[in-house]
Design a protein around this ligand. Structure first.
Ligand code: FAD
Length: 273
C-alpha cells in the first residue's frame, strides 16, 4: 500500500466541528502520512484554516495548511507563513485560489508560481511546498500545452511535489506524468482522489473544475436514481479500481478529498486493500 493523505475543509459551525471530529477519529486509524486543510480565498481573517491546523496538530496529526494568493496581499501571506511556522507546520499546499463572487481585486500575486516564489523568498527551504496539477487541464488554461508550461513554471519556482485535481480517467494522469517527465521534472505527482458518495454533488463539482466523469459511470449512476446504497457501492468499487490502477502504474501516494466524511474514503480504501 502506498502512503495516503486526507484533505479536509475548515469547519465553521458547531455541527461542522463535530462532524470533522468524528471523521478525524475514524480516518486516523488508516494511518495518513499527513492531512491538509483547505483555505477559503478572501484573506486570513475570513479563514478558519489556522485554527483547524492548530487543533489537528495538537491532536497529533501532521496537518498541512493550503494557502492561496487570490485576493490577498503579500503582508497577509507573510503573516500566515509566520503563523504556520509557529504552529510547527513544515508542509504547505500553495494555490492561486479562485476569486470569490463579489470580490473585485485579484490580489498582489497573480498566479501560483508567484506565490511559490514568494514563499521561498520569505521562508527559504523551511516548507515542503505542494502545488496543484491538472491531468485534464485547468478550465481557464488557453490550451493543454500552455497549462503544462505553467505547471512547469510552478515547479521551477520551487515546488517539491504536486497533487492533482481529481479525475476518473487513469490514462489522463499517466499521460500528464509522462509529459511532465519529458520536461525534466521529477517531483512526485500525487493523484487527488474524489470518492463518489453523492453523485449529483460530484457532477456539480466536476462541471466547475473541469473533471470529466466518463459516460459509462454517469449512465450507471443515473440508472440507480435514488438508490443511495447502490450509488455508494458502485462509487466505491469504481474509485477503488481507479486507485488500484494508479498505484500499479506507479503513483507515489494517494491524496483523498474527504469532504469531511469518513465513510466514502474508507469504502474506497477497503477496495484498494
Ligand atoms: P495556477 O497554477 O496559478 O493556474 C491557474 C490558471 O492560470 C491555469 O489555467 C494556468 O494555466 C494559468 N496560469 C498559470 N500561470 C500563468 C501565467 N504566468 N500566465 C498566464 N496564465 C497562467 N482553491 C482554494 O480556494 N482553496 C484551496 O484550499 C484549494 N485547494 C486545492 C487543492 C488541490 C490539490 C487542487 C488541485 C485545487 C485546489 N484549489 C483550492 C482550487 C484552485 O485554487 C483552483 O483550481 C484555481 O483555479 C487554480 O489554482 P492553481 O494554484 O492551480 O493556479
Amino acid at each position: 500500500m502506498v502512503p495516503i493523505s486526507f484533505e479536509f475543509y475548515p469547519p465553521k459551525t458547531a455541527e461542522q466541528h463535530a462532524q470533522l471530529d468524528r471523521t478525524v477519529a475514524k480516518l486516523r486509524d488508516a494511518g495518513p502520512d499527513y492531512v491538509s486543510v483547505t483555505f477559503g480565498a478572501g484573506g486570513s481573517t475570513l479563514s478558519h484554516t489556522p485554527e483547524t491546523i492548530q487543533k489537528l496538530r495538537t491532536g497529533g496529526l501532521d496537518a498541512a495548511p493550503h494557502i492561496t494568493c487570490m485576493g490577498g496581499s503579500r503582508e497577509e501571506i507573510r503573516g500566515l507563513l509566520k503563523l504556520y511556522r509557529a504552529l510547527g507546520a513544515k508542509r504547505l499546499v500553495a494555490l492561486r485560489g479562485d476569486l470569490p463572487s463579489g470580490m473585485v481585486s485579484a490580489g498582489e500575486l497573480r498566479y501560483a508560481d508567484e506565490l511559490v516564489r514568494f514563499i521561498r523568498e520569505e521562508t527559504g527551504d523551511h516548507f515542503h511546498v505542494e502545488v496543484a496539477a491538472y491531468p485534464e487541464m485547468h478550465p481557464q488554461a488557453r490550451d493543454s500545452q500552455a497549462d503544462l508550461r505553467n505547471f512547469v513554471g510552478k515547479v521551477r519556482a520551487g515546488a517539491n511535489g504536486a497533487i492533482t485535481q481529481y479525475f476518473y480517467n487513469a490514462d489522463a494522469y499517466f499521460r500528464f506524468v509522462d509529459d511532465v517527465r519529458k520536461q525534466g521534472i521529477d517531483i512526485p505527482i500525487v493523484p487527488g482522489v474524489m470518492p463518489i458518495a453523492n453523485f449529483s454533488q460530484i457532477r456539480r463539482f466536476s462541471d466547475l473544475c473541469g473533471a470529466e466523469i466518463p459516460r459509462w459511470i454517469t449512465q450507471r449512476m443515473l440508472a440507480y436514481a435514488d438508490d443511495a446504497d447502490s450509488i455508494r457501492a458502485f462509487g466505491a468499487e469504481v474509485v477503488g479500481q481507479l486507485c488500484r490502477r494508479l498505484v500499479d502504474g506507479g503513483a507515489p501516494s494517494l491524496h483523498f478529498y474527504t469532504l469531511n466524511l469518513s465513510k466514502p474514503t474508507l469504502n474506497v480504501l477497503s477496495h484498494l486493500r
